[in-house]
Ligand binder design. Structure first.
Ligand SMILES: Nc1ncnc2c1ncn2[C@@H]1O[C@H](COP(=O)(O)OP(=O)(O)OP(=O)(O)O)[C@@H](O)[C@H]1O
Length: 408
């Protein structure tokens, strides 16, 4: 069984002017020991999704769907159970450690706290474990006596990683763990994370806007656009042979690790991501898409098989993407066909056979329901019942998992 299963997860923020659908109908699986990278531009919903996994979102966020951690739904867990799961089963490395660490407490106290609160160690055992953890992340034990401001950004991020490892969790959620660091230090911290999760057999979800970093760190990639996953599959295939035009643009925007030539011609993506409160009709990406068909403006599309272990939400993965309205009058020709998407190694090569594994009937015209609509999930963050999400983040009887964004 998968360690983590997301089923139709949606997150909506309530704001004065209405509702912000930040995450829409995300379904993903993570196997034990596997690393999943979640990529997307700023505002695509990556951090919201990551924080939803442990109910770390503010009170104005409503989460629906299912988040099954070892088969148990995080969204319906009672507070006591959720408290046990945080740090011990799954922990978070936030971006910008200087904001996530408590500035007035010594490093050693902060690393020891989850161990003590979860009853995993006595005070003496915790001291030894802290020294061991500091060593594992490449810091001398005496650094434990320091306060956060006495460490560099890279050292603070190492401390965050030590904290995340303290209770030997099965899952680490790393939200842009190196964004605030300079390039050299980024590489060191990424190498450290990679070796630690491999050594301890820990699963990871890593969030980043940088597809090339994720491709080098993770087994699988999920690409998000406007709150939805638009493509997922094995890292190398998604990075080097994206099937969705947005994933393709995102991978082209970053140089390939180990390929100096790609640094010379990074390509950006024209236009801005949509405002989640005013999403375009049809495929959310169609206004920026250079291979959009006329019907894309009115045809929402869900993820379809786009290879053996890959799915993409684009009409061009369908065997016959065009609707009658896409055909020039009087011709049977399909304009802007699949060839337009095939300039990568994974181009549009798979035929209709790939669709046989797909859900329901394929296609053309399968006016897929926008994922995330409805979803019969559990409302979180209303201040009642088990899911008091906003309150979760401010309870102080355990070390607070503090998203940097909340305190900036
Ligand atoms: N507390 C909030 N209240 C209202 N809207 C929010 C809140 N937090 C995030 N949003 C909105 O939700 C959407 C997704 O934001 P999110 O931070 O999850 O994206 P992201 O992909 O992680 O971006 P970044 O890489 O910049 O962190 C954005 O439109 C954002 O403005």
């Amino acid at each position: 069984m998968s360690l983590l299963q997301l089923r139709d997860v949606s997150v909506t923020y309530r704001v004065a002017s209405g509702e912000v659908p930040a995450v829409r109908g995300v379904s993903l699986d993570l196997a034990a020991g596997q690393a999943l990278g979640v990529a997307g531009e700023s505002g695509s919903g990556k951090s919201t999704l990551a924080m939803a996994l442990l109910r770390l979102l503010p009170r104005d966020a409503r989460v629906t769907g299912e988040i099954l951690l070892d088969g148990e739904d995080v969204l319906t867990m009672k507070w006591g159970r959720l408290r046990a799961v945080r740090w011990a089963s799954a922990s978070v490395v936030f971006q910008g450690a200087q904001h996530a660490l408590n500035p007035v407490r010594r490093i050693e106290e902060q690393i020891a706290e989850p161990l003590l609160v979860h009853g995993k160690a006595t005070a003496a055992q915790a001291r030894r474990r802290v020294a061991e953890l500091l060593e594992q992340v490449g810091l001398p034990a005496w650094r434990g006596r320091n306060y956060p401001h006495e460490l560099s950004g890279g050292q603070r991020q190492r401390v965050m990683i030590a904290m995340a490892l303290a209770c030997s969790p099965r899952l680490i959620i790393a939200d842009e763990p190196t964004t605030a660091l300079d390039v050299m230090i980024q590489a060191q911290v990424l190498t450290l994370i990679r070796s630690l999760i491999a050594e301890h057999g820990i699963s990871m979800i890593m969030i980043s806007h940088d597809l090339s970093v994720l491709a080098s760190m993770c087994d699988r990639l999920a690409v998000m656009y406007a709150g939805q996953v638009v493509e997922h599959g094995p890292s190398r295939e998604v990075f080097a042979g994206a099937r969705h035009p947005y994933s393709r643009a995102l991978s082209a925007a970053f140089p390939t690790v180990g390929d100096p030539a790609s640094r010379l011609a990074p390509r950006g993506l024209a236009g801005d991501p949509p405002d989640p409160m005013h999403l375009p009709s049809g495929c959310s990406f169609h206004p920026r898409c250079d291979v959009a068909l006329p019907s894309c403006a009115s045809r929402p599309i869900e993820l379809w098989p786009a290879g053996e272990e890959r799915r993409a939400a684009c009409v061009h993965v369908l065997p016959d993407p065009a609707l009658p309205e896409d055909l020039p009058a009087g011709s049977g020709e399909v304009p802007d066909g699949p060839e337009d998407l095939s300039n990568g190694p994974g181009g549009r090569a798979d035929g209709p056979g790939d669709l046989s594994a797909g859900p329901g009937e394929p296609p053309n015209g399968a006016h897929a329901v926008p994922a995330g609509a409805g979803g019969g999930g559990v409302e979180i963050g209303t201040g009642t019942g088990a899911g008091e999400q906003g309150a979760d983040a401010v309870e102080h009887d355990i070390p607070v998992m503090r998203p940097a964004k909340e305190v900036q």
